[in-house]
Design a protein around this ligand. Structure first.
Ligand SMILES: C[S@@+](CC[C@H](N)C(=O)[O-])C[C@H]1O[C@@H](n2cnc3c(N)ncnc32)[C@H](O)[C@@H]1O
Length: 467
């Protein structure tokens, strides 16, 4: 196992078509490049052509953006290349918030090389948006790719450890960190937890390969072994790398039977771990649908080959008894002190950019509801409603609530509860808010029992919290 810290020499196992790495760019050149990229952010057409569409841009435009000296350094070191039409980039480039990330272009007509570095896609964005963000000491990004999670963690963790089995990913993460002025990261090469054995973290994020295929040919996406064994084995290992109270978020595909409730296999694993669990189930797919979704892009271009490959994959799934492929994420919070709680939510929708705070509230809510199972006590409790968006139906009878920055978990409530919510400001008990609403002329025909049931739903979905 190699240990890589900033400044050490680059190491590269170059795949068949991975471009040579621009590892001789100096820190000051990278910092000038970052400045130039920020200034050019509004030139969407040009930067998109260069960094997303893999096209050449005219030399004069490239010079305008990067300046003559930097441009020649970028070409000399291999980040860019000169072409008959001007200048082209050998690397893909994407903005995500204030960070700019370099990664590899996926080959158009063939498989990705072994050491391919994935760009920022929907799963990376999803993991980023569900991550709980609070000031912490140590974070771990397992399978860092181009470093997208690493850099965002570096904003609120004192130190981030990024690991990957592909040394080129570590180099890309190093380059992206330097480009974005981030220096609190440690890069370790190795498989899964091997490089951090014996250590514990406040926060772990893992977008490691979870796609179940017969071939396991793509290091960046295919789960190793047969089925979901490797994914579930990593899930089981997570708590031992967490400090008490620490949180881990992992994207997973897991298998379940057609007639089985999707959460059962995950529940069976986490109920014997010292954790609270939040399982977000996005969807479950059939073998045929799953194969159609994940067969490699270059095969899909030839429909005969695609059909034969799809039949082959579906047959392999059938032979191995794989009936349903579920996708989602697991959030674990380590708790050595008592029995863990399990919470399932079925959603793939997020309002706003970040659902991290909401996810934290959901875990707290599960503990609250378990500890306060007699809801009649709620009348004496002081609650605070959280940044809610209330939606009234055309007849004005039911309101849906969801959080402005959150997982979308709409709850239907009565108009009276809608009134109570605006009065639950962290100062009044539920009883006082209820009496106030009645004094203000709102409908008293709704049974108190129903108010308590609605309060439970709101608490359970993280919209109402004990103050
Ligand atoms: C789907 S990509 C995700 C990259 C990045 N975390 C993100 O969110 O975009 C999976 C990453 O896991 C890495 N990986 C694959 N097998 C691994 C292993 N056994 N141990 C550590 N990392 C691995 C791949 O090289 C790749 O960078």
């Amino acid at each position: 196992m190699k240990r890589l810290i900033f400044g050490q020499a680059a190491l590269l196992s170059q795949g068949p078509s991975a471009p040579p790495f621009p590892n001789t760019l100096t820190a000051s050149q990278l910092s000038v490049m970052a400045g130039r990229l920020h200034l050019a952010r509004h030139r969407k057409e040009t930067t998109q052509a260069l960094f997303i569409q893999k096209e050449s841009i005219p030399l004069n435009e490239a010079t305008e953006i990067f300046g003559e000296e930097l441009l020649s350094a970028l070409c000399r070191t291999g980040l860019f290349r000169e072409t008959a039409e001007g200048v082209a980039s050998n690397f893909k480039g994407q903005w995500s918030d204030e960070f700019f990330f370099l990664s590899d272009y996926h080959p158009k007509n063939g498989p990705a090389p072994d050491d391919y570095v994935l760009s920022i896609g929907p799963s990376a964005q999803y993991l980023h948006s569900i991550t709980t963000r609070r000031a912490i000491e140590e974070a771990l990004d397992l399978g860092c790719g181009c470093g997208v999670q690493t850099l965002f963690l570096a904003r609120h963790a004192k130190r981030v450890t990024a690991t990957d089995i592909n040394p080129r990913c570590l180099e890309m993460t190093r380059l992206n960190a330097q480009l974005n002025g981030i220096d609190n990261i440690e890069l370790l090469e190795g498989s899964y937890f091997e490089p951090v054995y014996g250590r514990q973290f406040d926060l772990i994020v893992a977008n490691t390969p979870y796609v179940i295929t017969p071939a396991s040919t793509h290091t960046y996406r295919d789960a190793l072994g047969t089925g979901d064994n490797m994914v579930l084995s990593n899930l089981k290992s997570l708590p031992q790398y967490l400090k008490e109270g620490g949180v881990a978020h992992m994207l997973i595909t897991w298998l379940h039977k057609d007639k089985q409730h999707p959460d059962e296999p995950i529940r069976a694993i986490t109920q014997i771990l010292p954790v609270d669990t939040l399982l977000l189930h996005q969807y479950s797919d059939t073998p045929w649908g799953y194969a159609g979704n994940w067969i490699y892009g270059h095969i899909k271009k030839n429909w005969v080959k695609f059909l034969l490959t799809r039949l082959g994959w579906a047959a392999w799934y059938w032979l191995h008894g794989m009936e349903r492929f579920a996708f989602g994420s697991v959030t674990l919070r380590k708790r050595m002190d008592s029995q863990g709680h399990f919470l399932l939510k079925c959603t793939n929708r997020i309002a706003g950019k970040s659902a991290g705070a909401h996810i934290q509230s959901l875990l707290d809510a599960a503990v609250f509801l378990q500890t306060n199972s007699d809801s009649s006590q709620y009348w004496q409790m002081v609650f605070r409603s959280r940044h809610l968006v209330l939606k009234t139906t055309p007849v004005g009878e039911v309101r849906k609530v969801s959080l402005a920055e959150s997982l979308l978990l709409p709850v239907s409530i009565s108009p009276l509860m809608g009134q109570l919510l605006s009065r639950l400001d962290g100062k009044r008990t539920l009883r006082q808010a209820y009496e106030q609403a009645l004094r203000d002329g709102f409908d008293e025909s709704i049974p108190q029992e129903q108010i308590l049931q609605e309060a439970c739903k709101l608490i359970g979905n993280g919209y109402l919290k004990q103050a």
